[in-house]
Design a protein around this ligand. Sequence first.
Ligand SMILES: [Fe+2]
Ligand SMILES: [Fe+2]
Length: 147
Amino acid sequence: MKFIEWTNDMSVGSDLLDGHHQMIIDCLNELHPLLDGKGSAGEVHAVLEKLEEFILMHFSEEEQVLKRSGYPDWEAHRALHNKMYDVVFALKSDVEHGRVLDAKHLFDLIYEWLLKHILGEDKKYMPYLSHPEAPQGVWTRSNGREC
Ligand SMILES: [Fe+2]
Ligand SMILES: [Fe+2]
């Protein structure tokens, strides 16, 4: 069983952005069995590097979509993304400095990401996605690297 299962109530109404969120969840599911010393530092670091790459791509595309869709709070949304990125970067740096990542830290990351961000903040932009200027992103589940 996966640590986090994607469910339709996580959808933000865009196949592209849902695909990004699913890739990020795949990374978290891959990371979970490696925590508490069950995986090597190298394995944990490799997943965190993919997670960092995915969120950078996703945040950048999501911000473009929000900006061009006329979403009024897109800059505040970008600031939240920057904070999330800092969390992932800090976890990666910790692993580089020999820290064993524990499950509580992953839970904190998931809580911020899933409950507060996708289910709260990301869902706020749903009404704007049908705007004619909303661009189509280019980074998709099919052309991105699988986690
Ligand atoms: Fe977001
Ligand atoms: Fe998002």
